[in-house]
Design a protein around this ligand. Structure first.
Ligand code: DP6
Length: 363
């Protein structure tokens, strides 16, 4: 585990005695969004340190709502999770044990986690991002309650992002609404591998209204988990070139986001998505994640873009589903195109219309 900010965040950490004297029992509930990466995080080092910086925006309708209750127990740590969260139980338990030095009060609590996603796991949207972001926010909020603090300023969000990262790298970005960057980029002040930054203040307003039509080509469980995917990069022949390219793309996309340059933005977004799949295809013995319908959808998007001469584009996660990105001014014509031409290519005609969201909420 990388420890550099660890010391900063373990200073004044709250222990069992403080928990007991502040009232024994605390609870917190947060809704945190999923996010879609435009510059992809693909490859990591020990301690959840990314090999390259990444950039994403938070979604609005795809989120996880988590409630965490902790109650002092002299018997040590125990955990119960609601049936919907059971699938993640081993990962959540491991995470809570890992972060105990940051939250020493966890050593003596009965913890109860109740977690619900607004979207099915199977649609290929990263639920680990929204799941760990919401859990990290609950933990940091309980810590603040024990300390008697109110309010959720920048230091609170920074710590929540740091903690979320330890659960899942992309979760560090889900602590913020709008646009986020995670990972050290020399040209971006304050960027760090340890937590994400909100980019909302520098982004042209047209990007704050970005829409995402998620075209669900297949809802089968993920063939390649993120953990397996990151590991593929360890011995990948193109790894170094990829990490360098991600930095170049990130600098260029930051410029496009500032200037409101949609054309340049979509060019880079598509290249990043196809590079991710290119890297997977050129890893040893890996399955093809894109389906024939994924490619048909891409072709149709390109043809529609040329025919109508509008700025739209796509991105893809590590699966077969296509995210069609467009701005609100062209939403009516793009959504008509989706319904007429793309929906029939989706599994059970499943499309999720989502958009750039405002970020986590206390519930
Ligand atoms: C392709 O954040 O899910 O979605 O850190 O191992 O939990 P872990 O990986 P995860 O990886 C996300 C990979 C990606 C690209 C991205 O979101 O940047």
């Amino acid at each position: 585990m990388a420890k550099s900010k660890w010391t900063e965040f373990t200073q004044n950490a709250v222990g069992t005695e403080q928990l007991k004297s502040a009232g024994n029992e605390f609870k917190s509930g947060w809704k945190a969004p999923s996010n879609i990466a435009i510059v992809k995080y693909w490859g990591k080092k020990d301690g959840q340190i990314p090999q390259n910086p990444s950039l994403s925006f938070s979604l609005n309708g795809c989120y996880t709502q988590t409630q965490l209750e902790v109650k002092y127990s002299p018997k040590g740590f125990s955990l119960t999770i609601n049936p919907e969260g059971k699938e993640f139980a081993p990962r959540i338990e491991q995470f809570l044990r890992n972060v105990e030095p940051l939250f020493p009060f966890l050593a003596n609590v009965e913890a109860k986690v109740t977690t619900v996603n607004s979207f099915p796991h199977s649609v290929g949207i990263a639920s680990s991002a929204s799941g760990f972001a919401s859990l990290a926010l609950c933990l940091c909020h309980i810590e603040e309650q024990i300390k008697g603090n109110l309010g959720f300023g920048s230091p609170f969000l920074r710590k929540a992002s740091y903690v979320a990262r330890l659960g899942s790298g992309s979760a560090s970005r889900s602590v913020f609404g709008g646009w986020q960057e995670w990972g050290y980029l020399p040209e971006l002040p304050n960027s760090t591998n340890e937590y994400a930054l909100s980019l909302s203040p520098i982004v042209d307003p047209k990007f704050s209204e970005m829409r995402d039509a998620i075209l669900v080509v297949s809802s089968s469980p993920k063939v390649l988990s993120s953990t397996q995917g990151h590991a593929l990069m360890a011995n990948h022949p193109f790894a170094d070139a990829r990490y360098a390219e991600a930095r170049i793309n990130l600098n260029a996309i930051l410029k496009a986001l500032r200037k409101g340059d949609l054309k340049r933005f979509f060019d880079i977004a598509e290249s990043e998505a196809l590079t991710l799949h290119g890297l997977i295809m050129s890893s040893k013995n890996q399955p093809m994640l894109l389906k024939p319908q994924s490619l048909q959808i891409i072709e149709l998007i390109k043809a529609f873009r040329t025919e109508k001469d509008i700025n739209i584009g796509f991105t893809i996660d590590a699966g077969p589903n296509i995210h069609l990105l467009y701005t609100s001014d062209v939403a009516p014509i793009v959504e008509a195109f989706v319904n007429e031409q793309l929906k029939p290519l989706c599994e059970n005609q499943k499309v999720i219309f989502d958009s750039c969201g405002k970020g986590p909420e206390l519930v």
